[in-house]
Write a protein that binds this ligand. Structure first.
Ligand SMILES: CC(C)(COP(=O)(O)OP(=O)(O)OC[C@H]1O[C@@H](n2cnc3c(N)ncnc32)[C@H](O)[C@@H]1OP(=O)(O)O)[C@@H](O)C(=O)NCCC(=O)NCCS
Length: 306
């Protein structure tokens, strides 16, 4: 049976996934971080923690489920986002995760979803057997020296979200490729995640973006990289100011490389390589859903990797 995890089950799930997705956070901090994120206003109706239970009520496998919006070929799509699928080691290889995923996809199909989307960190063949197909999944690693120098930007503050969202959305308006919506929710959810993560680390308000006249970028500090979650601009000059702002940020924070997924306006700027993890995958849930073929292009930025 598929149902939402209750308080204690959630804590158990967070405890189990911490060694894999803990990002260096010590366990109690990671559990508190995950709990606050799940209880946040941004999570309401968009983010659930689901468990697959035996008839006797034993938790066999669990996952994160997101209610996402997207589009492909100009048609709006309702999407099930799947994350952090986990089966306890002693219960693996009995089909529990597969049954849970099928049940979650059936439930989502019944409530009107057109497709499911996930980012695979394991051999993609597992998800192919469940009806998923891998999409083009590339990344760029950029050295500070490749970025222009030009003054004229400021850090993003609370209150900038709306303007940043409209810039990000405008950069994708005519998009025919498979993409997740830039309706503001993804930005707000990722910002909530960054804030809760900073709180769990005890490091206060995080630096999460930069803004310039006609341009903006949302970012996150990785261990060795500056991760560019999303960026958009309305002119070449604004693009250069955004990139110069990122260069400053890298130098200030001691991150020698910028990491990004080439989507929308970030496409075609830098050399791309195939990703070895976080492979984007989609599975149709409705027969008439317009979706890219296996290996087909998508417009998924790091911001979408939730
Ligand atoms: C992946 C995972 C959720 C599968 O759970 P499960 O309940 O054992 O899944 P199922 O019984 O439905 O399927 C088992 C299959 O999973 C696949 N699988 C498990 N781990 C895998 C890995 N690292 N790479 C590729 N395939 C893997 C295998 O195909 C395996 O089939 P096999 O037994 O014939 O080799 C579980 O191994 C797990 O929790 N791993 C750690 C967390 C993780 O990596 N999650 C996936 C994130 S994308």
């Amino acid at each position: 049976m598929l149902r939402e995890l209750t308080g204690e089950e959630r804590a158990e799930y967070f405890h189990c996934i911490q060694p894999i997705w803990g990002g260096g956070l010590e366990e109690t901090r990671f559990v508190a971080f995950q709990r606050r994120l799940a209880d946040s206003p941004e999570s309401r109706e968009r983010y659930r923690l689901l468990g697959w239970f035996s008839p006797k009520g034993k938790l066999l496998s669990a996952m994160k489920a997101y209610h996402l919006a997207g589009s492909c070929a100009g048609r709006p799509l309702r999407l099930l986002g799947v994350g952090a699928v986990f089966t306890p080691a002693e219960l693996r290889r009995r089909g529990h995760a597969a049954e849970m995923l099928k049940a979650a996809m059936d439930e989502s199909r019944a409530s009107g979803s057109h497709a499911a989307v996930l980012f695979s960190d394991i051999d993609a063949g597992y998800y192919v057997r469940l009806g998923f197909r891998a999409l083009e999944s590339r990344e760029c690693t950029v050295e500070a020296a490749q970025l222009p120098r030009r003054a004229g930007y400021r850090p993003a503050f609370a209150g900038d979200e709306e303007e940043m969202t409209s810039l990000f959305a405008a950069a994708r308006n005519s998009d025919q490729r498979f993409a997740l919506a830039r309706d503001g929710w993804t930005l707000r959810f990722q910002l909530r995640r960054l804030r809760e993560l900073a709180r769990a680390r005890g490091s206060g308000e995080p630096e999460w973006g930069l803004v310039t006249e006609g341009g903006a970028a949302m970012l996150r500090f990785g261990r060795d990289t500056l991760d560019l979650l999303e960026a958009a601009w309305t002119s070449d000059a604004a693009r250069d100011r955004v990139l110069a702002g990122l260069r400053d940020c890298m130098q200030r924070a001691g991150r020698p490389r910028l990491r990004l997924w080439p989507a929308a306006q970030l496409r075609g700027l830098f050399a791309e390589s195939e990703r070895t993890s976080a492979i984007a995958m989609v599975a149709p849930l409705a027969a008439d859903a317009p979706l890219p073929e296996q290996g087909g292009p998508g417009e998924l930025a790091l911001l979408d990797h939730i």
